[in-house]
Design a protein around this ligand. Structure first.
Ligand SMILES: C[S@@+](CC[C@H](N)C(=O)[O-])C[C@H]1O[C@@H](n2cnc3c(N)ncnc32)[C@H](O)[C@@H]1O
Ligand code: SF4
Length: 442
């Protein structure tokens, strides 16, 4: 209850609104076309909602792979592409990210067809970033992935100790996953990223140190080290519901992350986002920080300046809607200028450095006028270095400012995603509200 009250207060301070209100009144394609009149370029996110197994900690939208469903999914996604392309054919697409679920479940099963269609229908000015599962990275599949045009590849390694891999039900051993990563590294992608989850139950500092050293030996270009987020609607989240001590957790994670920071900095990596470290001089593998994007597929989210809308999470509903010529979008939220500014700041903080002039260019008002006071305070706390144009976060600042932001974002994801996958949300938050009218599409 206290946290709900605080969320409302802080939300009002930054966005002048206490509640985030989602509607089932979604923007028509005509409205979307109008919005694009003053959007110069955009990113594309494609969601592949299939996996070969369901991991107990995973919050993402996915179901077990089924060949028939995936064939229908390919047809539906191509139709969704055609609808957008009818009015966006010539706008440059500057980032393309394929996430999931597990995109590599559809290797040789239609993903190439979707990618070719995207390249045919849009003005693509970018390479592909794609997530993959270690068990899919055979020599042959890696060749296929390269031939599809993927230059930035991410691998869900998750842990480098057999006892933890077993506890989180990953279907491979440390020795197997290392071989997969080494095969991928040998393929000369622009960037190979591995995802690693830390702060697993019972994980020791020695294990983190060992994992850090092993990661360096594997020669990957980037490491994303996420703490284990316990989403209440996942199997693992449910088990941990009663054992929460949020403050102790935050301090423990900080000390574990510090071990990684020391190892990665000493080995020539630099911080490229709150959780990621990239080899100096390389362009990072990145998923979430593009300013404006269209989301394709079930649960694909689109952010177009003053509106965010998200497609239905249910694969069958998505296919049905698209086949009937309807928009598959299920929910939308209108974003005031203050909310857009707060969202901009959220993602720039996630990237750990940004320029005030970019804010000025986007919002036509001075960054210092809106956030100057907040930055002064952060500077005094040693959280940021506040230059005349560039703002860089210190390691301490990166961690604690993001922990503060998580207070909102995890709550936001819980509420929105739980609702979409039909799980009661009343216990989670009270500042995110769903207001539904009977008519869809405005
Ligand atoms: C879509 S998955 C990656 C690709 C592929 N599905 C796999 O599992 O190998 C995205 C990544 O999010 C991270 N992730 C998923 N659930 C998480 C959680 N509860 N806490 C922290 N990280 C999580 C994992 O590192 C995972 O690799
Ligand atoms: S972690 Fe990856 S494989 Fe596991 S359920 Fe999530 S998306 Fe699927």
């Amino acid at each position: 209850m206290v946290s709900g009250y605080l969320r409302k207060k802080i939300s009002r301070h930054f966005t002048k609104q206490t509640d985030l209100i989602f509607h089932n009144k979604i923007p028509s394609y005509q409205k979307i076309e109008e919005k694009f009149e003053d959007i110069k370029e955009f990113g594309i996110y494609l969601h592949i909602p299939f996996c070969n197994q369901i991991c107990p900690y995973c919050p993402y939208n996915k179901e077990i792979y089924n060949k028939d469903v995936s064939e229908n999914y390919v047809k539906a996604v191509k139709k969704e592409i055609d609808t957008y392309a009818s009015f966006l054919k010539n706008k440059p697409v500057t980032t393309f990210y394929i996430g999931g679920g597990t995109p590599t479940t559809m290797l040789n099963n239609g993903i190439d067809e979707i990618i070719n269609h995207i390249y045919k229908q849009f003005n693509m000015n970018c390479y592909i970033h794609m997530e993959s599962h270690p068990n899919h990275l055979t020599k042959e599949n890696l060749n296929t992935i390269k031939a599809m045009g993927v230059k930035y590849l991410s691998i869900g390694v998750e842990s480098l100790q057999d006892r933890h891999l077993k506890a989180i039900e990953r279907p491979y051993t440390v020795s197997e996953v290392k071989k997969s990563v080494e095969r991928a590294v040998a393929k000369n992608f622009e960037c190979v990223n591995i995802d690693y989850i830390f702060d697993l139950p019972g994980q020791t500092k020695t294990e983190i140190e060992q994992a850090g050293k092993d990661i360096i030996k594997m020669g990957v270009d980037q490491i994303a080290t996420y703490p284990l987020f316990k989403f209440p609607y996942t199997k693992l989240g449910k088990e941990f519901q009663k054992k929460r001590n949020a403050v102790a957790t935050m301090f423990r994670r900080r000390s574990l992350l510090k071990i990684f920071e020391n190892i990665f900095y000493d080995s020539g990596y630099e911080r490229s986002s709150v959780w990621a470290f990239t080899k100096k001089g390389l362009e990072k593998y990145c998923s979430v920080t593009v300013p404006l994007y269209l989301g394709l597929g079930a649960s694909g989210g689109s952010y177009l300046k003053d509106v965010f809308y998200v497609n239905t999470f249910k694969v069958n509903e998505y296919i049905k809607a698209v086949n009937k010529g309807k928009s598959p979008a299920a929910l939308s939220i209108n974003l005031s200028e203050d909310m857009q500014m707060a969202a901009w700041l959220y993602w720039r903080i996630y990237e750990t450095k940004f320029k005030k002039s970019d804010f000025q260019n986007r919002f036509h008002t001075s960054f210092d006028k809106i956030y100057g006071k907040h930055m002064k305070l952060m500077n005094r706390l040693g959280y940021i270095n506040n230059g005349s144009d560039q703002i860089s976060l210190s390691d301490r600042g990166t961690y604690w400012i993001h922990a503060f932001e998580d207070f909102f974002s995890i709550d936001f994801i819980n509420k929105l995603w739980s609702r979409e996958i039909n799980i009661p949300t009343s216990a989670i938050s009270d500042h995110i509200i769903f207001k539904f009218k009977s008519s869809l599409n405005s």
